[in-house]
Design a protein around this ligand. Structure first.
Ligand code: APR
Ligand code: ZN
Ligand code: ZN
Length: 362
């Protein structure tokens, strides 16, 4: 029997989101229905609403969530009703060429639920990143559910489902930051601050935060930045060299998605260093680099999809660190809100007033 719940949808491009009745089918083979307890508001939700991802309106928004498994379909063995889970948007297939060569973080055929959630009139919904969690209950592929210690409250656990995992993973998984390294993080929103936390966890000795907003730089210090640079008044490349004995940082992380900042990362990096791009560019952007420098500087220019995370490996580990007081997930939650407040949260996000607004569901 399908169920009727409340959910936040984007009906057409650019229009304010609305709270509607959503029909959630019973889970079919390989699927699970999850009672959502909390879901963070991420830039990608806004990008969907603005038509920046694709045109498959209407979208059921929300994808950074934690909740409890309510029911599972035939053949599901990895989770059971009652399990406390974080939802992930890259449930790996195990069969594609990336998975087969032992690099499931690049899986090219990730799984989502096969059935559709709909509006009351039967209109099929496109769930954001295959999740759709600004909703009392959502239907996902069981591989999108990762069980974690229920001692971690949903409002913080859910953050690992997207932005915070992307940032931590950009530093630790993609950048391979190790103890004693210097790391520069460009853009200190939720993703950049998470990269700062990741660099600190990995033992980086210098963590340089770059932003255009002093308030963000102050927050970045709270998360572990050892140096800060406001790039509207100080050249970040010069600054980073000046605090790294003239060399540049071992790892430069771009957490914004802007070509001019990518170029700064490229130039602020030490020889044989690594640039990690975790900010998401738009399709019109291009980047120009001095080719001889691309060769001459050596090292690596890498992109980080979802922090190159493996949810089954990384989510439980990071939750454990949180429970031990070693990972300040609570510091990302600027406010908790209701389902009816998502539109207002988009405005706050655009104004740079929040790291994360988190929707809490009853
Ligand atoms: N130089 C330095 N910092 C900048 C610049 C710039 N030219 N432009 C913007 N910033 C800063 C903003 O002041 C802000 O603090 O970058 C930060 C971006 O943070 P958010 O807007 O909060 O974005 P966040 O959620 O952290 O996501 C960052 O990662 O996953 C992607 O889609 C996401 O592309 C986005 C990026
Ligand atoms: Zn695969
Ligand atoms: Zn997201």
């Amino acid at each position: 029997m399908s169920q009727e719940v409340r959910g936040v949808i984007a009906r057409t491009k650019g229009e304010p989101v609305s709270l509607e009745t959503i029909i959630v089918p019973d889970p079919g083979p390989g699927e699970a229905v999850v009672a959502v307890q909390a879901c963070g508001v991420c830039h990608t939700d806004l990008h969907y609403r603005e038509g920046g991802i694709n045109d498959d309106f209407p979208f059921l928004l929300g994808h950074e969530a934690a909740g409890t498994v309510e029911s599972v379909g035939e053949g599901v063995t990895n989770v059971a009703p009652g399990d406390y889970v974080i939802l992930n948007w890259r449930a790996v297939c195990g069969n594609c060429r990336a998975c087969k060569r032992g690099q499931p973080q690049y899986c090219f055929d990730t799984h989502n639920a096969s059935q559709k959630m709909t509006l009351a009139d039967g209109t099929e919904l496109s769930p954001a990143l295959g999740i759709g969690a600004f909703c009392d209950k959502t239907l996902v592929h069981s591989g999108q559910c990762t069980t974690v210690d229920p001692a971690a409250p949903p409002s913080v656990a859910g953050l690992l489902g997207c932005g915070v995992m992307a940032g931590i993973g950009a530093a630790i998984n993609t950048g391979g930051v190790t103890r004693g390294q210097s790391v520069a993080v460009f853009g200190c929103g939720g993703v950049g601050d998470a990269a700062i936390i990741g660099a600190r966890l990995a033992g980086a000795s210098k963590i340089i935060a770059v932003d255009i907003d002093d308030r963000k730089l102050e927050w970045a210090q709270g998360f572990g930045a050892t140096h800060t640079c406001n790039s509207t008044t100080t050249d970040p490349v010069e600054f980073i060299r000046s605090v790294t004995d003239g060399n540049g940082a071992d790892v430069c992380i771009e957490a914004i998605g802007r070509p001019e900042v990518y170029r700064q990362c490229f130039e602020a990096r030490d020889l044989a260093g690594t640039v990690v791009l975790v900010g998401v560019p738009n399709p019109e952007m291009t980047v120009e680099l001095p080719y001889i420098e691309v060769f001459g500087r050596g090292g690596a220019l890498k992109s980080s999809w979802y922090g190159d995370c493996l949810p089954e490996r990384d989510f439980p580990m990071l939750i454990d660190l949180y429970l031990q007081g070693r990972l300040d997930l609570g510091g990302f939650v600027t406010e908790t809100i209701g389902l009816e407040d998502v539109e207002a949260a988009f405005h706050k996000m655009e104004a740079g007033e929040v790291l994360r607004s988190v929707v809490e569901l009853a």
